[in-house]
Ligand binder design. Structure first.
Ligand code: ADP
Ligand code: GLC
Length: 492
């Protein structure tokens, strides 16, 4: 087996070009780290409408035919080099953009803000097939096809189909990483023909789910190896309760299903160098953190009270993040001597609830509806605690950022949160955050009250937790090494 592996990394979003959540962060950081280890890794992603406005790309294939079903559609392929720093060294990874105006030049990636695009299965089925066609056009036959989430779940299937027809990809294998099994790519069965899914594959073990297509399910079956983004979530996916209905499918994969904890991009998220902050800080000198708090309170129009704890929250406004029990708990939490700052975009229902709460608690709740990377950095830096009460959380990146910024996470004991946050132990003085178990408002409020009381009544303990938090690291290098071991295993 070659020392240097060739890997095509297919993702529906990549940080720097398109991003709705943590998948984008991973799709940038992991390839950069694989490249820094010497592997030939290249990214392929759709060309969404704002990308050509903001980035200089070169068209390398003006017309690429993609046969799918009874039709052949055409796209172009553009390319640029994505640059990033790994261990102080500049690394660049080629990114191929699949250009198809009808499918990808839309206002959103997956929805129009209210409704999912009804042709999502066709859009991403086309994209997955285009990945194989691109490799053929480049006469580059990578050893590893790395797919991510339901959007590219058909890639392992198309690869397997193609391996049965020709020898081109006979040395290749596929890995499917699941960042969120709550989204499975369900589509009406009528898409079956146009996606080349044979009738005898429209069965419960493969692509069928309540008489619909389930692209993720089929992808799991056909991928040579499936992994998810934390060992904790991998464990939950094998159970009826935590698997979003897919536990039998995951259990059936046996040893070919595992968990690899994501890393954290400490070049981007480092309080000692963060250019988005009014002042930098470190574990040994937290003065800058106080300035960040002051700036944060000013920006979200809250009273500038240095001694009142600020509880921050950043994320997609989806029910996954625990809003069902957080929203009813907030009046109780806001009656404490605290300030809460929330940044998020997504579900209008959740956004409306925050609008109303802000009217009721104007001096206690700072609320910003939208996507704002700069403010996300300031919230991580300027808050004292960070709330992530998720119903489920495959890995979670925000709690990793908050640990690095000495902002103690308050999380529910699920998925990657339970793998990264450690409950404080008074005797041993270990621990870096606060954890609750039950997905209900009372358990959540109690844990927040505990955190607030430690803040006020036991500053020495709180400081010790900050020290512990800021020392913790989730290295991408370690995660990338685990991926390489997994790639090699699939090639054996
Ligand atoms: P998920 O992928 O489920 O959304 P993660 O915690 O893994 O959750 O990753 C979320 C990523 O998206 C983080 O990098 C976070 O800072 C960013 N993010 C989410 N919502 C916003 C927002 N409204 N503004 C800025 N950044 C956001
Ligand atoms: C998903 C998950 C999140 C994870 C991210 C990156 O969107 O919801 O927990 O951190 O993907 O893997």
């Amino acid at each position: 087996m070659p020392e240097r592996l060739s890997i095509i990394f297919a993702a529906s979003e990549v940080e720097g070009f398109s991003k709705s959540g943590g998948l984008a962060d991973v799709a940038r950081a992991l390839p950069l780290h694989l490249k820094s280890m010497g592997h030939d890794v290249r990214i392929v992603t759709p060309l969404y409408h704002l990308i050509p406005e903001n980035h200089k790309t070169e068209t390398i294939i003006p017309a690429l035919g993609v046969p799918l079903g009874s039709e052949e559609s055409w796209c172009a392929v553009r390319q640029l080099e994505m640059e990033g720093v790994v261990d102080g060294k500049m690394i660049s990874v080629p990114v191929y953009f699949i250009e198809h105006d009808h499918y990808f030049f839309r206002s959103g990636y997956y929805d129009d803000g209210l409704h999912e695009y009804p042709d999502n299965a066709a859009r991403f089925g086309f994209f997955s097939k285009a990945v194989l066609q691109l490799c053929r056009a480049l006469e580059w036959y990578p050893e590893i096809f790395h797919a991510n989430d339901w959007h590219t779940a058909l890639l392992p299937f198309y690869l397997r189909q193609s391996q049965q027809e020709t020898d081109e990809f006979k040395q290749s294998s596929s890995v499917l990483t699941i960042h969120n099994a709550g989204y499975q790519g369900n589509a009406p069965g009528t898409f079956r023909n146009s996606l080349e899914i044979p009738l005898d594959y429209f069965v419960a073990e493969l692509f069928e789910d309540h008489n619909q297509l389930n692209l993720l399910k089929g992808g799991i079956y056909f991928a040579d190896h499936v992994n998810t983004v934390s060992p904790g979530y991998a464990e939950e996916l094998r159970t009826q309760l935590g698997s979003h209905g897919l536990h039998e499918i995951f259990t059936r994969k046996g040893e070919n299903f595992s968990g690899i904890m994501n890393g954290c991009d400490y070049d981007e998220w480092n309080p000692e160098t963060d250019p988005h902050l009014p002042a930098c800080f470190s574990a040994t000198d937290l003065k800058g953190k106080k300035q960040c708090k002051k700036k944060l309170q000013e920006i979200v129009s809250l009273p500038e009270l240095p001694d009142v704890p600020v509880i921050g929250m950043v994320g997609r406004l989806t029910w996954q993040k625990g809003f069902e029990y957080l929203l009813p708990a907030l009046p109780q939490i806001l009656s404490l001597d605290v300030q809460v700052v929330v940044l998020g975009s997504g579900e209008p229902l959740i956004a409306n609830a925050f609008d109303k709460l802000q009217q009721k608690f104007p001096t206690k709740l700072g609320w910003y509806n939208g996507y704002n990377n700069e403010l996300a950095h300031l919230i991580e830096a300027g808050s004292d605690m960070f709330l992530m009460p998720s119903l489920y959380e495959p890995c979670g990146l925000n709690q990793m950022y908050s640990l690095r910024y000495g902002t103690l996470p308050i999380v529910r004991r699920v998925g990657g949160l339970k793998d990264s946050v450690i409950q404080f132990d008074e005797k041993l003085e270990t621990g870096n955050g606060f954890i609750f178990d039950d997905p209900d408002s009372d358990s959540l409020s109690e844990e927040v009250e505990l955190a607030v009381s430690v803040f006020y009544n036991n500053p020495r303990r709180f400081k010790k937790m900050i020290d512990n938090a800021m020392k913790q690291r989730f290295a991408w290098k370690t995660a990338a090494e685990e991926y390489v071991a997994l790639y090699r295993k699939t090639l054996n």
